[in-house]
Design a protein around this ligand. Structure first.
Ligand SMILES: NC(=O)c1ccc[n+]([C@@H]2O[C@H](COP(=O)([O-])OP(=O)(O)OC[C@H]3O[C@@H](n4cnc5c(N)ncnc54)[C@H](OP(=O)(O)O)[C@@H]3O)[C@@H](O)[C@H]2O)c1
Length: 258
């Protein structure tokens, strides 16, 4: 198995849901964790303590608003002061609530402002975050980047046009990044999740319906959990995935085909 001990993961939005499960998965394997939070500073502080106490790794939390892309440069400078290397970057954070008004909804109600916010949070955040991470990965001989996508870019999900189209865009952007960062020995992939039981999904106006339908469609007869996604993200960052780049791995319990 790959020795991941002493490497560093930078991940956006690890206070809960999928991001937290990913941070925990890497920490379990001896990876140091630099993660960001937005509104939940207190939760972030507790998570730092838990990760360090449970897994004996170094963890630090940093504030970041992915809608303010100028914040990525100082974020990575702050990470440089705390960690001696960056090996992995996971672009995970996603906006919700007011910033997605006009972006989350039926097609006839979509508004440029909401759609642009989702583009910024999805594609721009991936681009600027990966640029900063890649400069650091190059110095240590390479690394791996994973962006979170969603099967809502493959199948119709009610109210999800804004997110689904931007997930399609970030998958395409990750393929472009994969081609151009390959010479730095950096691999870039996407993990496309089916509906996963997190706060983000609970914010769907038809959450109960989506949940029931996901269980019905899934070959595994259950909802997806954040850990289901974390395993795939972790695998893509290990040496076991050393020739996988420019790909999207769909982790959906079989729901998309059905
Ligand atoms: N849940 C699903 O069904 C599903 C399926 C496929 C893909 N995904 C993708 O997986 C990723 C994580 O989703 P999730 O369900 O785990 O979401 P979540 O539970 O709602 O967590 C969102 C995370 O993003 C952070 N965040 C929110 N607004 C932010 C902002 N403006 N700037 C920076 N960070 C911000 C939050 O930090 P604070 O708590 O500090 O505010 C939190 O850590 C997203 O990219 C999502 O699209 C989710």
């Amino acid at each position: 198995m790959t020795n991941m001990k002493g490497k560093t993961l930078v991940i956006t939005g690890a206070t809960k849901g999928i991001g937290q499960a990913i941070a925990e998965k890497f920490a379990q394997n001896g990876v140091n964790i630099a993660f960001t939070y937005n509104s939940n500073a207190e939760v972030a502080g507790v998570l730092v303590q838990e990760l360090e106490a449970k897994y004996g790794i170094k963890a630090r939390a940093y504030p970041l608003n992915i809608l303010e892309t100028d914040e990525f440069k100082p974020l990575f400078e702050a990470i440089d002061a705390d960690f001696d290397r960056v090996d992995f970057f996971v672009s995970n954070a996603m906006i919700y609530g007011r910033p997605v008004v006009g972006g989350y909804g039926k097609f006839m109600r979509l508004k440029p402002r909401g759609l642009n916010n989702i583009y910024t949070a999805t594609v721009n955040a991936f681009v600027v975050g990966t640029q900063e991470a890649a400069k650091r990965m190059e110095k240590v001989g390479g690394g791996a980047v994973v962006t979170m996508s969603s099967t809502g870019n493959l199948i119709y999900i009610e109210n999800y046009a804004g997110h689904g189209t931007n997930k399609a865009a970030v998958e395409a952007m990750s393929r472009y990044a994969a081609v151009e960062l390959g010479e730095m020995n950096i691999r870039v992939n996407a993990v496309s999740g089916g509906p996963i039981d997190t706060d983000a999904l609970k914010a769907f106006t038809n959450y109960e319906e989506v949940k029931a339908e996901t269980i019905r469609r899934s070959a595994m007869n259950r909802m997806g959990s954040p850990n289901d996604i974390a395993g795939a993200v972790y695998f893509l960052c290990t040496q076991e995935a050393s020739w996988i780049t420019g790909q999207t791995i769909v982790v959906d319990g079989g729901t998309t085909f059905r």
